[in-house]
Design a protein. Sequence first.
Length: 247
Amino acid sequence: MDKKLLIDLQKVPHHVAIIMDGNGRWAKSKGMNRIFGHRNALTAVRESVEAASQVGVEAITLYAFSTENWKRPKMEIDALMSLLINSLKKELPDFMKNGVKVNSIGCIESLPYKAQKVLNDVISETKNNTKIILTFALSYGSREEIVNAVKNISKKVVNKELDLEKIDENTINNHLYTFNLPYVDLMIRTSGEQRISNFLLWQMAYAELYFTDILWPDFRQEHFYDAIIEYQNRERRFGKTSEQLTE
Ligand code: FPP
């Protein structure tokens, strides 16, 4: 049965965020090192973007490297950066063919120069694509993002470019890395862990959270659609009562 057929195309989440977890455990279960797990994570990335695009998801954001991930062994960090560089280069023709607009969030300046260069090139090449926005969260931490937003807003207040009384939710939102993205409707985390791990805290305020035991390298289109189906079966009340929603 094609799970895609079970999806109501009128109620697809606008923005899906994914915490791709379990690469290390997947590799260990096969008697291999963690880097082997990361290398085998790319099919899941491809399948998720493809699946999202096919049902009309507007934006998909992948937590590829957190601010905390800098604490990992240097060999693993180097391998992840090489993987990022090589896969971005390799995927560019497919991004163009499939209308994928690449975007990034996080402290991109802290990435190795080569990674920044390839990322910026791919962002620039794909900037006119319109089918789906694929955002890589790299050296990303949500609290750091919020701190930066507060600093930038404060500077504008001090410089009298912004009136303190006029600060509202939109002001905060417009100063986050994600200013150009819709709020997250659905967050998927693989590998059985049930945490948000400093990912898009503001943006996920009303997101549905979906946790699956599948380890990220095993995640496929059908699993992505399972998450969408579950999302569509939940009642999103945004603080209202069930009765108010049906009125
Ligand atoms: C979590 O698994 C995964 C990461 C920290 C890195 C995510 C990176 C990829 C999916 C590689 C490909 C991505 C791009 C953008 C090229 P883990 O290592 O924490 O696994 P564990 O919890 O089982 O140890």
